[in-house]
Design a protein around this ligand. Structure first.
Ligand code: ATP
Ligand code: MG
Length: 473
C-alpha cells in the first residue's frame, strides 16, 4: 500500500496515515508493507515496525531506474473504482486494461484534442473516475504533462486555476459544473487577470450543466466550453462533441451527441421502444459496450447483469438510469435521473427540470429540488436554494419576497403545477465528495425520515442547515 502522511483541504489537514492504519486493522488481507510519503503534515505519525517503509529511504537507490512494462492480457482487471453514491450504495466498477487504453488514447486525440508535449489540467481527485481517466492514464498515454492540484478553486483566491493555466500553458482543462458554480459566486475579474491564450477547450462533466452557468463560463473564458456526459461505469464520455474530428455548434444545456463506439438509444419506459424527437426516455446503451466501459461489478457478475441490464424485460440493454431527450437537430439533453421523478397530482415532473427553472432567477447560485409526500397531491416539489446576494435574506420579508419571486419564475417556465411548496434558503447543499447533490438525503430529511447512508457526504454541516431550514429557524 502506498500513502502520504496526510493531505490538506481548505486549510484543514487530513491525516491519511491514521486512516490507513485504521482500515488495515479491518482488512482481511492487509498488505505486507506500507510505503509512506512524508509531506511533513503529520510530524507525530506513529509507524509500525517491519511494515511501514519511508518513501525517501526506499526510493533513493532506485532513482532514475528504467522500469519495463508489465505485459497483461487485455481483459485483466486494471482497477476497481466506486461510483459516487449519489443514488444509493456505491457500486464497485471493474475495468479492463486493453480496452481502457484504447478508449482513453482515442479520446485524448479526438475528444480532448490533447497532443504529446502539451499540458492537461483536470481539477478532479484521483480517487474518482475522472481523476483516474484524465489526471492519470489519459494524459500520460497521450504523452502529455498532467497537473495534479490539491485544493479548492477559491484558495488562496478565485484566480488560482487560471494562474495554473497561464503558468503551465495548459491546453486542455477538465472540471465539473459544481466548481464553476462556486467560481460564479466570486469576482469575475479573476478570469481576466491571467493570460489564458494556451487554453483550447474547457470540458465539464459529472452533473447537469445548467444554461446560466454554461453561458457565464463560456462568456468569461471566451473559449469553447464543452459539456460532456459520462459515468464511472463507462470511464470515458458517452455523449460529447468530438472537436478532434469535427467542429460542431454547442447548444447550451446539451452534451451534444453519442460518442463513437456507443450504440445509444432513448427507450420508452413502458415498452422499450425507441422514443421520437423531443420525447423524454431512458438513456440506454445497446451491447456490446464500447472499449473502456466496465467489465463487471467487482466480485459479482450477477449483480452486474441484474443492476444494469434488466430495466427492460423485452430488451437486454445497459441502462444509464438517466432520462434523456433528443431534439430535432439530433442534440441530446440529459434530464436527470430516472429515480428523480416526482408525481404531482398525476403529473410526472423531473426534479432536474424544476431546478433549471429555479436557477433562472438571477439571484440563485444553485439549488436542489426534491419531491416530498403531500396528502392532497401525492407529492410536491420542495426547493433548497443558495442565493448569490444574501443581503436580501437578512429579514423575514426579504426571504418571503425572494421565495415568491422564485416561485413565479418556476410558474413562468413550467407552469404552476411545478411550483415548489416552499423555497428554503441555505448557504450549503449536502453533496458527495465529488460535488453531486445528495437528493436522497434531502428528501429523507424533508419527509422526517432518517437520512440514510451518509458516508459519501462532503460536509455534514449542510445537513444541520437543512434541518434548521425545515424547522423554520
Ligand atoms: P451512484 O451511481 O453511486 O448513485 P453517480 O451516478 O453520481 O452515483 P457517477 O458515476 O459519478 O456516480 O456519476 C454519473 C452520473 O452523473 C450520470 O449517470 C448522470 O446522472 C450524471 N452526469 C454526469 N455527467 C453529466 C452531464 N454532462 N450532464 C448531466 N448529467 C451528468
Ligand atoms: Mg450512477
Amino acid at each position: 500500500m502506498i500513502t502520504a502522511d496526510g493531505g490538506s483541504r481548505m486549510g484543514k489537514k487530513v491525516l491519511y496515515k491514521s486512516l490507513v492504519d485504521e482500515s488495515l486493522k479491518l482488512a482481511q488481507s492487509p498488505p505486507e508493507k506500507v510505503l509512506i510519503f512524508r509531506r511533513g503534515l503529520d510530524p507525530d505519525m506513529p509507524t509500525v515496525a517491519g511494515r511501514d517503509v519511508d518513501w525517501h529511504e526506499f526510493a533513493a537507490p532506485h532513482a532514475g531506474a528504467q522500469v519495463p512494462c508489465a505485459w497483461l492480457e487485455s481483459n485483466e482487471p486494471s482497477y476497481i473504482l466506486y461510483t459516487s453514491g449519489t443514488t444509493g450504495k456505491p457500486k464497485g466498477v471493474q475495468r479492463d486494461v486493453g480496452g481502457y487504453c484504447v478508449a482513453l488514447a482515442s479520446s485524448m486525440e479526438l475528444i480532448y484534442c490533447g497532443h504529446a508535449g502539451e499540458t492537461m489540467f483536470t481539477t478532479s481527485d484521483i480517487g474518482w473516475v475522472v481523476g483516474h481517466s484524465y489526471i492519470i492514464y489519459g494524459p500520460l498515454i497521450a504523452g502529455m504533462t498532467t497537473i495534479m492540484y490539491e485544493g479548492v478553486p477559491i484558495r488562496p483566491d478565485a484566480g488560482i486555476w487560471w494562474k495554473i493555466v497561464q503558468d503551465h500553458k495548459v491546453t486542455v482543462m477538465f472540471s465539473a459544473p459544481t466548481a464553476i458554480r462556486v467560481l460564479k459566486k466570486q469576482d469575475p475579474a479573476y478570469l481576466s487577470k491571467y493570460d489564458l491564450g494556451s487554453l483550447r477547450h474547457l470540458f465539464l462533466a459529472g452533473e447537469p450543466l445548467d444554461e446560466p452557468t454554461h453561458v457565464w463560463i463560456a462568456g468569461a473564458l471566451k473559449k469553447p466550453v464543452i459539456d460532456h456526459y459520462w459515468q464511472t461505469e463507462t470511464g470515458w464520455p458517452i455523449l460529447s462533441a468530438v472537436p478532434g474530428v469535427e467542429q460542431t455548434r454547442n447548444k447550451f444545456g446539451s452534451p451534444s451527441f453519442p460518442v463513437y463506439g456507443y450504440d445509444l438509444q432513448l427507450l420508452r419506459e413502458s415498452d422499450a421502444s425507441e422514443a421520437g424527437p423531443d420525447e423524454k426516455a431512458v438513456v440506454a446503451i445497446v451491447p456490446p459496450l464500447p472499449p473502456g466501459v466496465m467489465s463487471t461489478v467487482w466480485g459479482d457478475d450477477e449483480r452486474f447483469v441484474k443492476t444494469y441490464f434488466t430495466t427492460f424485460a423485452s430488451k437486454m440493454v445497459y441502462a444509464t438510469f438517466d432520462w434523456g431527450i433528443r431534439d430535432r437537430d439530433g442534440y441530446y439533453f440529459i434530464l436527470g435521473r430516472t429515480d428523480d421523478v416526482i408525481n404531482v397530482a398525476g403529473h410526472r415532473l423531473g426534479t432536474r427540470e424544476i431546478e433549471e427553472a429555479v436557477s433562472m432567477h438571477a439571484n440563485i447560485a444553485e439549488c436542489a429540488v426534491v419531491g416530498v409526500a403531500d396528502a392532497l397531491k401525492g407529492q410536491m416539489p420542495l426547493a433548497f436554494a443558495v442565493a448569490k446576494d444574501t443581503s436580501t435574506l437578512a429579514s423575514p420579508e426579504g426571504r418571503k419576497q425572494l421565495e415568491k419571486e422564485v416561485m413565479e419564475t418556476v410558474d413562468r417556465q413550467l407552469g404552476a403545477i411545478a411550483r415548489p411548496k416552499a423555497v428554503h434558503f441555505v448557504t450549503l447543499l449536502p453533496k458527495t465528495r465529488s460535488g453531486k447533490t445528495l437528493r436522497r438525503a434531502i428528501q429523507a430529511l424533508a419527509e422526517g425520515r432518517d437520512a440514510g447512508d451518509l458516508t459519501t457526504i462532503e460536509d455534514p454541516a449542510a445537513l444541520e442547515q437543512l434541518t434548521s431550514a425545515l424547522a423554520g429557524k
